[in-house]
Design a protein around this ligand. Structure first.
Ligand code: GUN
Ligand code: FE
Length: 471
């Protein structure tokens, strides 16, 4: 890591850059130079220029020391914004792919709580958390909204590891004081709040010049929190202005449970809906990330929109544990901000690219039920994976594209260029995406979306710092 951190220089990235211009449009910038200062901020973008001219003119114009670093990959490779995972459980990584035929509530008890509880062992936590950060970075995840576990000590360790690895992260200590085994829950609402505050003070005092890690208030989901705990967490969100993350309307049995556990006569909410429960306790703010939102009603979406809360769409998880199909087009048309979440290990993959292709496929299942307009395009799911995600995690305008003023959170993508003999050049040996040379750039991107993986993610930067190199 230290080797990568190195001494920081102003850097010029040169070549092809692809990013979302809007929900349904990708922009392709060729022969372009992107100037990134020592702090990792994009300070200039020169389109359609040659590198030498761009260097001579811009470096003096920017008042830069001529000793700049140059990153000009070979033709065919391209820069793409770092991917944003708006919902992921770091603690569940060892369980990826292990869910059998379970659905949410039995999955939690059978697979999830025992694993999460076992991470109270700090050595085990360090091993799992180190790996999960490496793994997500290797898939191009430059920013993630993470759930750790109930235990605040290992959650603090996780926050430290994120900062050390240079990944942008929202880190949440999972709050739950009921409906979980006594070996895996907060002893009381007071303890849950105190532990959350310990995490917050730790992260706020962290000696990190980069300031990449932020705490996030994390009620696991309504059923695992007492009314008092939800209320106090809502108060904490108001007092601190910190973001909130939780799950909503994922599974029909869960929704019924919420209706029974939180009747409006007891909560004072306007109705018995899942959304009304969070709303009455002040947990729906413009910094709230709601995972799933599959079975929401029109009225609930209206409230979510009014509060400015956002939805993390987790299609891989929703299919794996048979939760349902979120209607993303409908949410977008209602004006709700949407990003993508792997929801690992409800979802079987730590890759946001996988979440993007799942989103595309699931949207086709929604379409097959009669709403052809529901289909999401390649461009749209890549928007959700970058700019959409940035909006969800409160970094709109700061990351997610290559624009002046944004931070350089980016990845370099390389695909396999097939040679005349049907082989591939040695340095291109790895990967699942074969490029024959006649594809348009739009086609290359589509091929990357559907068959790409971490082998194509050659380098990854967060705030200008190189945090992953594919070996
Ligand atoms: N609802 C409450 N906890 C969880 C969790 O860990 N994963 C998912 N997918 N849903 C949840
Ligand atoms: Fe989840």
């Amino acid at each position: 890591m230290d080797k990568m951190a190195g001494e920081r220089k102003n850097t010029v990235f040169y070549g092809t850059f692809i990013h979302s211009k809007s929900l349904d449009e990708l922009e392709y910038l060729h022969n372009t130079a992107v100037f990134v200062d020592k702090e990792g901020k994009i300070v200039a973008v020169e389109r359609e220029c040659d590198l030498t001219t761009a260097l001579t003119i811009k470096v003096s114009e920017l008042g830069w020391n001529p000793d700049v670093a140059i990153e000009a990959p070979r033709e065919g490779q391209f820069f793409f914004p770092g991917l944003i995972d708006t919902h992921i459980h770091a603690s569940q990584y060892p369980n990826v792919g292990i869910f059998g035929k379970s659905t949410l509530l039995d999955w939690l008890n059978k697979y999830t709580f025992p694993l999460e509880a076992s991470l109270n062992d700090l050595d085990k936590a360090r091993k799992v958390y180190t790996r999960v950060i490496r793994k997500t970075l290797s898939h191009g995840t430059t920013c993630a909204a993470y759930y750790a576990t109930v235990d605040d000590l290992s959650t603090v360790l996780f926050a430290d590891l994120c900062a050390k690895a240079g990944q942008r992260a929202l880190v949440g200590k999972v709050c739950m004081d009921q409906m979980a085994p006594d070996w895996y829950r907060d002893e009381s609402w007071e303890e849950s709040i105190a532990a959350t505050k310990r995490l917050i003070s730790h992260v706020e005092s962290m000696d990190s010049e980069m300031r990449l890690v932020r705490p996030v208030i994390t009620p696991r989901f309504a059923p695992s929190c007492s009314k008092r705990l939800l209320k106090e967490l809502g108060n904490l969100a108001r007092e601190t202005g910190l973001p909130v993350q939780t799950h909503i309307s994922e599974n029909k049995g869960e929704i019924e449970l919420v209706r029974k556990m939180f009747p409006k006569e007891e909560t004072g909410a306007r109705d018995d809906s899942y959304t009304a429960v969070y709303d009455v306790y002040g947990l729906l703010t413009d910094k709230t990330i709601l995972a799933h939102g599959i079975h929401l009603s029109e009225e609930e979406v209206e409230v979510i929109k009014q509060r400015g809360s956002k939805i993390s769409h987790c299609p891989c998880s929703n299919s794996s544990i048979t939760s349902g199909e979120a209607r993303v087009r409908w949410l977008l048309e209602k004006g709700v901000g949407v990003g993508l979440g792997t929801d690992m290990s409800g979802g079987y993959s730590p890759s946001v690219l996988e979440a993007a292709r799942s989103a595309l496929l699931v949207s086709r299942h929604v379409a097959m039920k009669g709403d052809d307009n529901a289909k999401l395009s390649v461009e749209e799911v890549l928007y959700l994976a970058t700019r959409g995600g940035a909006e969800v995690v409160g970094l709109e305008g700061k990351v997610g594209a290559f624009e002046v003023g944004m931070d350089w959170d980016a990845q370099l993508i390389g695909l396999c260029e097939v040679d005349d003999k049907g082989g591939v050049a040695e340095e291109e040996e790895e990967g699942n995406v074969d490029i024959f040379g006649w594809e348009s750039w739009e086609e290359k991107v589509a091929k990357w979306l559907f068959n790409g993986d971490d082998r194509n993610t050659r380098k990854v930067w967060v705030k200008g710092r190189l945090v992953h190199v594919r070996k």
